[in-house]
Every structure is written in C-alpha cells, then in structure tokens.
Design a protein around this ligand. Structure first.
Ligand code: H2B
Length: 101
C-alpha cells in the first residue's frame, strides 16, 4: 500500500502544483476549475475520468455548469499520497489543454 505523505512532503509537493491547496485539514488536496462552458468542463472531466480509471485512482468532484471542483485523497491511506500528486499533475495538464494555466 502506498504511504501517506508527511506534512512537509505534502506542502513541498503542493508548491509544484499550480492552483492546488490543502483541503479537509490536510487530509486531501483540491482545486476548482472554471471552464468556458459546460462542453469544455465535461470534456475535461471525460479526459480525467479515463486516466483515473486506468490508474485505479479516482477524484471526488462536483460539476456545476462550467465549474468543476476536484478533491483528491487516497482513502486506503487516509490522506494524501504520491498517487494524488500524480493525478493532480495530470489534471493540470488536462486543464491546460482547455486554456486553463
Ligand atoms: N481512489 C482514490 N482516490 N483513493 C483510493 O483509495 C482508491 C481510489 N482506492 N480508487 C481504489 C479505487 C480501491 O478502492 C480499489 C479497490 O483499488
């Protein structure tokens, strides 16, 4: 099983993840994305969903029209692990393809 990151490691990893912040008191990380419209928001979600399923690591998320709120944690580890950092990195790349830096 993958190990939960220490507070220090989580803070350091967040520095390299544009737009992401601690959520749930450090037990998760989160970022909210605002797209041009629902079509782009859902296109982004589709790309992330396929990657998440392939990695067997899934986001908690909420979509309202063109806004997608994403929260990542590793339930099995009870906090944030390298798997969340990897998925967040992919999510930022996917958002960049829709013009979100
Ligand atoms: N996703 C996330 N975010 N955290 C997990 O701990 C997790 C998951 N566990 N996706 C996986 C699925 C596990 O339930 C299956 C059985 O591998």
């Amino acid at each position: 099983m993958v190990e939960r990151l220490s507070n220090e490691a989580r803070t350091a990893a967040l520095k390299g993840l544009k737009g992401w912040a601690e959520a749930q008191g450090g037990a998760a990380i989160g970022r909210t994305f605002v797209f041009k419209d629902f079509n782009e928001a859902f296109g982004f979600m589709a790309r992330v969903a396929l990657a998440a399923e392939k990695a067997d690591h899934h986001p908690e998320w909420r979509n309202v029209y063109k806004t997608v709120e994403v929260v990542l944690s590793t339930h099995d580890a009870g906090g944030v692990t390298v798997r969340d950092i990897e998925l967040a990195t992919f999510i930022n790349t996917a958002a960049a393809q829709f013009g979100i830096p």
